[in-house]
Design a protein around this ligand. Structure first.
Ligand code: C2O
Ligand code: CU
Ligand code: CU
Length: 501
């Protein structure tokens, strides 16, 4: 078993001290009420036209100055709102000191040209106009945008580049949903020093996927949400963290799931808690049917695996599950619930009706093709610090921009079997661009309800079967692990969608 050497231990110790001071900083900022995420841009007359500038500069985070990467100086980035059929034109400028680009996570738009093209590299100082049309039959839902330049994705997202991209439509028009109070919650962790600068992750944190100890919702620490007695609250949640998982629970309130990554489900599903992996979205209804008071929205402890990578050296750190404050370890092996936001009852209304039916989710035809993808990390057991050659793979291969890994036919349905064979049993959330899919089964067990997804958690040792209709758009795009350090370390493949000859 590998041992942690002195130098590595020193790095850990130093990072630990910084993390602790950040924790104090966070507490000092907690429980401030400020208006929820400010700016948004909405389409008008069928067009959404905006200027977006990525830059590194001081921005206000949780009431304090931090040096972050932002779009238009805002963290989270401005929310964009369109309707199906609208044209989107984004005049994008890269004022970062590294290359970047834009990806529209979850949108069903072309992967080619100046649409959702993940292969662009926009150098520092350059600009590019993205332009595409949202199909007329595009589902309504909670989508988002973030940079997608290979090897910079985790760094740029962690530094603050991410925003919501909302498509309004049929779900918003259901009267009971319309009557609900709508809140957007962008969940994002940061790791800052006393001066508000992003801490660079060490090697281990990159292997596990970097995490920060400062948990923010819309750039705030523990913001207040309110609900009227008798009212309904619609929470539209995005996990915009590069690696952190959120196991969400609201004190004394069940959560009613109404939409997943790819849009509405057919009827609300009552949940005690909801696990949101990086990249995933969920829409929840909360009923204002409890006594007056304050209720905390919590994230509960969750072990996403991978601690085996630490080898024997972790013994001195107190074993497998460590307390929070170990942010530089990358893994959110927190042992107690953490508060994300606080829900307060305010006023009352005549009890609003609860929706019984939402939007039917189609039954997909049987697949024409079944493929297997093994998700793993190669170079097992190399342990902390010695794993410079370690890589993250699909079917044993790391990303190669000149290789097509998977070739599919347009207008066919495929089943992809995602098998997590990671020797350290690390969770890997799998994401596919452009086309949404449905989960067919987990370890052979059928899913309890049909839902549209674009990111699916594949736990250590698990096999998940997904069914994908490849529709409308031909061209090359990518699938990858949405622990973005894993993506940057090679866990990405290229799929080419070929038009029928
Ligand atoms: Cu949100 Cu290719 O990712
Ligand atoms: Cu995506
Ligand atoms: Cu991964």
């Amino acid at each position: 078993m590998p041992k942690m050497n002195r130098r590595q231990f020193f790095i850990l110790g130093a990072a630990g001290a910084v993390t602790a001071s950040v924790a104090n900083w966070a507490i000092a900022q907690s429980n401030k009420t400020s208006p929820a995420s400010s700016k948004f841009y909405k389409s008008a007359n069928g067009l959404l036209e905006v200027n977006l500038e990525a830059s590194y500069r001081p921005v206000n985070l949780a009431g304090k100055q931090a040096y972050l990467m932002s779009y238009n100086g805002q963290v989270p980035a401005p929310r964009l709102e369109v309707k199906a059929g609208d044209t989107v034109r984004i005049h994008f400028t890269n004022n970062l000191s590294q290359p970047t680009n834009l990806h529209y996570h979850g949108l069903h738009v072309p992967p080619t040209g100046n649409a959702d093209n993940p292969f662009f590299s926009i150098p520092p100082g350059e600009n590019l106009t993205y332009e595409f049309t949202i199909p007329k039959n595009h589902p309504s839902g909670t989508f988002w945008y973030h940079p997608h330049h290979h090897v910079y994705v985790a760094e740029q997202l962690f530094a603050g580049l991410a925003g919501l991209f909302i498509v309004r439509g049929e779900l918003d028009e259901i009267p009971e949903i319309q009557a609900a109070k709508e809140e957007f919650l962008v969940l994002k962790d940061f790791d800052l020093d006393e001066d508000g600068r992003i801490l660079a992750p060490n090697h281990m944190a990159m292997m596990l996927g970097r995490e920060g100890q400062l948990l923010t919702v819309n750039g705030q620490v523990n913001p207040n949400l309110s609900i009227a007695k008798g009212g309904l609250l619609r929470l539209r949640m995005l996990n915009a963290s590069p690696s952190r998982f959120y196991r969400l629970s609201l004190e004394n309130h069940p959560l009613y799931l109404i939409a997943t990554d790819g849009g509405a489900i057919s009827a609300p599903v009552e949940l005690e808690e909801l696990l949101l992996a990086p990249g995933e979205r969920a829409e929840l209804l909360v009923r204002g049917d409890r006594g007056p008071g304050q209720y905390r929205l919590l994230t509960l402890p969750y072990d996403r695996g991978g601690m085996g990578m630490m080898g024997g050296g972790m013994g001195m750190m107190g074993g497998h599950r460590m307390g929070s404050g170990m942010g530089m370890m990358g893994n959110s092996s927190q042992t107690s619930p953490q508060v994300l936001a606080t829900l307060t009852y305010q006023g009352s209304v005549a009890t609003l009706p609860f929706p019984e039916r939402l939007i039917p989710v189609e039954t997909l035809p049987k697949p024409e093709t079944v493929r297997r993808f093994e998700l793993s990390m190669s170079g097992m057991g190399m342990g902390m610090g010695s794993g410079m050659g370690m890589s993250f793979t699909f079917n044993g291969q790391t990303y190669d921009m000149d290789r097509i890994d998977t070739s599919v036919k347009l207008n066919t349905v495929e089943d992809w079997e995602l098998i997590n064979v990671d020797p350290d049993r690390m969770d890997h959330p799998f994401h596919l661009h452009i086309n949404r899919f449905q989960i067919v089964s987990r370890n052979g067990q059928p899913e309890p309800y049909r839902a549209w997804k674009d990111t699916v958690l594949v736990r250590g040792g698990e096999t998940v079967r997904i069914r994908i209709p490849f529709r409308d758009f031909a061209g090359k795009t990518v699938y990858h692990c949405h622990i973005l350090d894993h993506e940057d370390l090679g866990m990405m493949g290229i799929v080419e969608i070929k038009p029928a000859a």
